[in-house]
Write a protein that binds this ligand. Structure first.
Ligand SMILES: O=C(CO)COP(=O)(O)O
Length: 258
């Protein structure tokens, strides 16, 4: 089956309890089982729950095409790294993704470009698709945002390129000023930046899917009309009905643009 044309990813961050996570995932699994666009592989869905929920989430999504992964991953293979989770353990649990470099991790845990590049390489080495989060801190001009993202992307893929690692990377473009806001960045801004990001060069064998995150919710995917490969959702996917609506919109958009 070919790759989905639109990806919808959801990070649950630390919003839900364990039981709330399972209840939400069961609703999403049900949605995935009955939605033709998901079943036919036109719209892809991925979910990033908190680490302890991963084994139960794996069971819930077992008979669906929904992918799941960690909200972070350790840069080291294994060993004396208290509190960390290795890429190999994520893979063992059935994960196919690892989120890397989210703005909240950069802010609260001072993650830097060296760690982020090492995490990207470690994920690819273990067959995990990095969900690499990049975005400018302050609102400015699209050209400035593209230049900054280009530099951060090159730094993040540097180790992987040098090691000749191959695979897909979700480039989650998340302007930091739009995360946790009442509404996303303006449509024209997102379209201009994401169109530029899609043209960026990557090391041989690494392909990018550009998805937009930052207060994304119902209505946005249609307004971005084909300039992004998908959305990376947070709060506005907490209501499964809202997620269902976004899947419907993605499916309708694909019918329009094909
Ligand atoms: O950071 C995000 C996704 O990882 C976006 O979160 P919000 O949509 O809640 O702003």
């Amino acid at each position: 089956m070919s790759q989905p044309a639109i990806w919808l990813g959801v990070s649950l961050k630390m919003y839900f309890s364990y039981q709330q996570t399972l209840t939400w995932c069961r609703d999403v699994a049900e949605l995935a089982r009955r939605h033709p666009a998901i079943q036919q592989g036109e719209v892809g869905l991925f979910v990033l729950p908190a680490y302890p929920a991963i084994p139960a989430v794996a069971e819930i999504f077992a008979d669906t095409p929904v992918r799941f992964g960690g909200q972070d991953v350790c840069q080291a293979e294994n060993g004396a790294w208290t509190g960390e989770v290795s890429a190999s353990m994520l893979q063992e649990l059935g994960c196919s993704l690892a989120e890397i470099g989210h703005a909240e991790r950069r802010r609260h845990f001072h993650e830097d470009k060296t760690q982020i590049a090492a995490k990207v390489a470690m994920s690819l080495r273990h067959g995990l698709t990095p969900v690499l989060c990049i975005g400018e801190e302050q609102e400015g001009e699209p050209a400035q945002a593209i230049a900054l993202c280009q530099q951060q992307l090159a730094e993040a893929l540097d180790n992987a390129g040098q090691q000749g690692l191959q695979g897909s990377v979700f480039f989650a473009y998340e302007p930091q000023w739009a995360i946790g806001a009442p509404q996303p960045a303006p449509d024209s801004y997102i379209r201009a930046v994401c169109a530029g990001l899609r043209d960026l060069q990557t090391p041989d064998g690494i392909d990018l899917q550009v998805i937009y995150g930052g207060s994304a919710g119902p209505g946005l995917i249609q307004r971005l009309a084909g300039d992004v490969d998908g959305l990376f959702l947070g709060r506005f996917a907490h209501d499964p009905k809202a997620l269902a609506q976004i899947i419907d919109e993605a499916s309708a958009l694909l019918k329009e643009i094909r």
